[in-house]
Design a protein around this ligand. Structure first.
Ligand SMILES: Nc1ncnc2c1ncn2[C@@H]1O[C@H](COP(=O)(O)OP(=O)(O)OP(=O)(O)O)[C@@H](O)[C@H]1O
Length: 254
């Protein structure tokens, strides 16, 4: 944890892309922080900037202006090499499509980031990481031999294995059935409650967002609404519907 208690901070985060001669503003000055042991959900309509926010916050993409600080380290000041090291050591990422390596077993997938960092891997620790996601008995299975929910649980074990300051999750339940989605959300919640990890999750699903401590909504690259304190699925769904109505009215007027 940093002195100010934030695992991740975005300050006036702005990202524009050039598309031909046009500039597309994906993020237009976002201020967002996630405290240590906090679970933040990011919602908003398609194209509102959610993935861009997550990718910039995780150091997978660079801001055009503004700043990202992870665990007290400003990303802008880092060389490519140091950024890679910070991403490897301090950041976990879980994707909608699991992104496991198909040729490796569950255990090898979990151990891979540490092996790539040329760190020692203790087999018992890999087993413990898989045990924590309920898959100790699947350690030798390859992704094709696991269900989607099981693959995502391996991906979570892999992301948490380096004990990251922050775990970013991009629609982690988007490709899962309801029961598997619930298991994944319970694991993310447990990582916050039991391991004091910080989670920032992009989701379209109000039920998923209801697992967070705080929900923020993006619209046109800006934060347009926020709910602090745990909120129910209904409340989140109602706010989402209201914002989507406002944004489609805005589009119709343009
Ligand atoms: N690499 C890129 N080049 C050009 N434009 C981009 C790029 N990435 C994102 N954009 C644009 O930036 C805006 C925000 O995109 P982003 O993918 O962050 O939205 P999103 O909220 O994650 O959408 P979705 O829910 O559909 O995934 C969109 O207008 C998108 O077309």
């Amino acid at each position: 944890m940093t002195k100010n208690g934030f695992a991740v901070e975005l300050r006036a985060a702005t990202r524009t892309y050039s598309v031909g001669r046009r500039a597309v503003t994906a993020l237009a000055g976002v201020d967002l922080t996630a405290a240590a042991a906090e679970f933040v959900a990011v919602m908003g309509p398609s194209g509102s900037g959610k993935s861009t926010l997550l990718h910039c916050a995780a150091g997978l993409d660079r801001l055009t202006s503004g700043e990202v600080v992870i665990d007290g380290v400003r990303l802008a000041g880092l060389s490519q090499r140091r950024l890679t090291v910070l991403r490897r050591d301090r950041v976990g990422f879980v994707f909608q499509a699991f992104n496991l390596l198909p040729a490796l077993t569950a255990a090898q997938n979990v151990a891979l980031p540490r092996l790539l960092a040329r760190r020692r891997v203790v087999p018992a620790e890999v087993t413990a990481a898989l045990d924590e996601v309920g898959l100790a008995d699947r350690a030798g299975h390859r992704p094709a031999e696991l269900s989607g929910g099981e693959q995502q649980r391996v991906a979570i074990a892999r992301a948490l294995f380096t004990r990251p300051a922050v775990l970013f999750a991009d629609e982690p339940t988007g490709a899962l059935d309801a029961a598997s989605g619930r298991e994944v959300l319970a694991l993310l919640r447990a990582a916050v409650n039991r391991r004091a990890r910080t989670v920032v999750m992009v989701t379209h699903d109000p039920f998923a967002a209801a697992h967070a401590d705080r929900v923020v909504w993006l619209g046109d690259g800006r934060i347009v609404d926020a709910l602090s304190g745990p909120a129910g699925t209904r409340e989140i769904a109602m706010r989402t519907a209201a914002l989507e109505e406002t944004s489609s009215l805005g589009e119709a007027r343009r």
